[in-house]
Design a protein around this ligand. Structure first.
Ligand code: FPP
Length: 240
């Protein structure tokens, strides 16, 4: 498939959904669905980098995911921890810079160490920025920003009239990153699921019934192509 340079998205966000259903459909344990999901992530990041995407944010673990069976949560944490170790070489080979968004509270110590190490080991890479949402919730993100803004206002570091959209954005986990242009959700649901509530205000949404482990670079490309054909108006009149 040909790729046009015009209207190429800068930032794509993905809700990696459907791992469990993918496994169930094949009579496999849930774990294998997540494991395959991690492989899909590796493939998509490599491909996204190759086609020149600048930012990719993926939902790996939500603040609500703690409600899952303890064994499943531990497995995802273990998988993440292994992924962050085994992928460093791949990240560096492909010039990928890793970042995280979410609350560190409640994460296992080893995961936090691996996260810090991955950020440090890839900080000079100049290719795609892979932003991993871990223990992330959109409402929680907005609340923590408000609390920090209120604290800074109380300390006299901010004035009420200074609290504009740009100031607010500096208090979000995504400070310094552009808002996603395109949100991709595999797995057949058409929901936002508490993901990047502020940042996706004007994002285009692309969904597919395919489960995340079965998601392919071809689908990713299809989403980009459809995005390129859409008309974004940002609440105003035609922009192109
Ligand atoms: C959603 O599928 C997926 C998750 C809750 C976890 C996402 C984890 C990965 C893709 C792999 C681990 C990530 C890394 C970075 C190594 P689901 O379990 O909600 O599936 P369902 O909708 O079929 O129940």
């Amino acid at each position: 498939m040909e790729l046009e340079k015009e209207n190429f998205p800068k930032h794509i966000a993905i809700i990696m959904d459907g791992n469990r259903r993918w496994a169930k459909q094949r009579n496999l344990p849930t774990k294998l669905g997540h494991k395959e999901g991690a492989k899909t992530l590796e493939k998509i990041v490599r491909y996204a980098n190759k086609i020149g995407l600048e930012y990719i944010t993926v939902y790996a673990f939500s603040t609500e995911n703690w409600k899952r069976p303890v064994t499943e949560v531990s497995f995802i944490m273990e998988l993440l921890s292994r992924y962050l170790t085994s992928e460093i070489e791949e990240f560096n080979r492909n010039n990928v810079q890793v970042r995280f968004m979410g609350s560190r509270e409640g994460l296992p110590e080893v995961v936090k160490q691996k996260m810090d190490h991955a950020v440090e080991a890839t900080k000079n890479n100049t290719g795609i920025i892979l932003n991993l949402a871990i223990n992330y919730g959109g409402q929680a993100e907005i609340l923590q920003a408000i609390q920090r803004i209120a604290a800074d206002t109380e300390k006299g570091l901010l004035k009420v009239e200074d609290i504009q959209a740009e100031t607010f954005e500096n208090y979000l986990y995504t400070a310094g990153l552009p808002a996603p242009d395109l949100l991709i959700r595999p797995g057949g649901d058409n929901r936002i699921s508490n993901f990047m509530l502020w940042q996706i205000a004007y994002a285009e949404i692309w969904t597919t019934d395919a489960y995340w482990p079965a998601f392919t670079p071809e689908m990713f490309l299809q989403a980009i192509k459809e995005y390129q054909g859409r008309e974004r108006r940002f609440g105003g009149l035609v922009t192109k």
